[in-house]
Design a protein around this ligand. Structure first.
Ligand SMILES: [Zn+2]
Ligand SMILES: [Zn+2]
Length: 314
C-alpha cells in the first residue's frame, strides 16, 4: 500500500475488494514491476488514488478459472473524441491500473472485464506478467517507429529485452544502448539479438532509422537524434522523462521526428499477445515475493534488474 508519494510501500491487511458490475475478481498470481510504478511512488505523476495498491502487469485467475491479464489501461469513457476515433489510449477520462485504480501488488484485485486480456498458453504466470506493460508499450513504440530497419534501443531493461526479440523476428537490425560501463547489460542485449551494444555515450557503428527511448533521461533525446539518419524517428516510450535539453535545429532537420507513446489500446494488447507466442518472445524475469516489493522497486531504480522484475504472489 502506498500512503503518499515518497513513502515506502506498507504491508497492509485490507478488506477483500468487491467486484462492481462489469468487474471481475482476480486471485493475483504474479504482478510485474514497472518503471512507471517508481514514477507513481516518487510523485512524478500527479494525483494518484491514495492510499494505492501499485502494479499494472497483473496475471490473475478469475473465479471461473480463466487466467486474465490486467494492463495499465483500466477504464475509458468510450465516448470522447479519442475513444470514438480508435485512440482510447488518449481518452480524456481514462483510469489507469495501479495509479487511479488499485493494482496488483496484492493477493486479490478487481478489474473491468472489458479491459482484461487473455494470457497466451505456454507462458508461466511470472513469465507472462512483463508482457502486459513492458511488452505492450514496447510493441506500440516499435509500431510507431515505422518500418525502420536499423533500430536503436536506449535503456535495455524490461521493455527493450522484449522489443529486441520482436524486432529481430520482423527482420530489423537492433543496436542496444545501456548505461555507460554496463557490460553485463550489453552482453544480455547481444544474447537477445542486438548486433551491436554499447554505452549511451557511444556512437553506433551506423546511422539509425529509428530509436526507442526507454530510459527516462531527457538528454538521451538529443543523443538519439544525433544518431538518426535523415527521416528517422525518436520514440519516447516512457510516461515521464527529465527535461529535454535545448538543441540545434540541425539535429531535427532532414525530416527527423521526436514523438511520444502514451498508454495502450485494447487492440494493441490483443495484437501483441497474439504475436508474442509466434516470435516466440521469451521473458527473463527476476522474481520476488510480494513482501519484497520495496526491494524489487529499489533494485529496478538502481538498474540492477536484467530483464523484468516480477512479484510472485501465489
Ligand atoms: Zn474516452
Ligand atoms: Zn508499465
Amino acid at each position: 500500500m502506498l500512503d503518499a508519494p515518497g513513502r515506502v510501500l506498507r504491508e497492509a491487511e485490507v478488506p477483500d475488494p468487491v467486484p462492481q458490475a462489469g468487474q471481475v475478481l482476480l486471485r493475483v498470481r504474479a504482478c510485474g514491476v514497472c518503471r512507471t510504478d517508481l514514477h507513481v511512488l516518487d510523485g512524478e505523476l500527479p494525483d494518484p488514488k491514495l492510499p494505492l495498491v501499485l502494479g499494472h502487469q497483473i496475471v490473475g485467475v478469475a473465479e471461473d478459472g480463466r487466467r486474465l491479464g490486467v494492463p495499465w489501461l483500466g477504464w475509458t469513457d468510450g465516448d470522447c473524441r479519442y475513444c470514438t476515433s480508435g485512440r482510447e489510449n488518449l481518452c480524456d477520462h481514462a483510469l489507469f491500473t495501479g495509479y487511479q485504480l488499485d493494482g496488483g501488488y496484492a493477493e486479490l484485485a478487481v478489474a473491468d472485464e472489458r479491459f482484461c486480456l487473455p494470457i497466451p498458453e505456454g507462458y508461466g504466470d511470472e513469465e507472462a506478467a512483463p508482457l502486459l506493460c513492458a511488452g505492450l508499450i514496447g510493441y506500440r513504440s516499435l509500431r510507431l517507429a515505422g518500418d525502420a530497419e536499423r533500430l536503436g534501443l536506449y535503456g535495455f531493461g524490461a521493455s527493450a529485452h522484449i522489443v529486441a526479440q520482436v524486432a529481430r523476428h520482423q527482420g530489423r537490425r537492433v543496436f542496444a544502448f545501456t548505461k555507460p560501463g554496463d557490460t553485463t547489460g550489453q552482453t544480455f542485449a547481444r544474447e537477445l539479438g542486438a548486433e551491436w551494444a554499447g554505452g549511451s555515450d557511444a556512437q553506433p557503428p551506423e546511422e539509425l532509422d529509428a530509436a526507442i527511448l526507454f530510459a527516462p533521461a531527457g538528454e538521451l533525446v538529443t543523443v538519439a537524434l544525433a544518431a538518426l539518419a535523415k527521416g528517422g524517428t525518436a520514440v519516447c516510450a516512457g510516461i515521464h522523462m527529465s527535461d529535454i535539453p535545448s538543441f540545434p535545429y540541425e539535429l531535427l532537420w532532414g525530416e527527423r521526428q521526436v514523438r511520444s507513446v502514451a498508454n495502450l489500446t485494447r487492440a494493441d494488447g490483443e495484437e501483441f499477445l497474439r504475436i508474442a507466442p509466434q516470435v516466440p518472445v521469451r521473458t527473463q524475469v527476476e522474481t520476488f515475493p510480494l513482501a519484497a516489493a520495496n526491494e524489487a522497486l529499489e533494485l529496478l531504480r538502481a538498474g540492477h534488474i536484467h530483464g523484468a522484475a516480477v512479484l510472485a504472489v501465489s
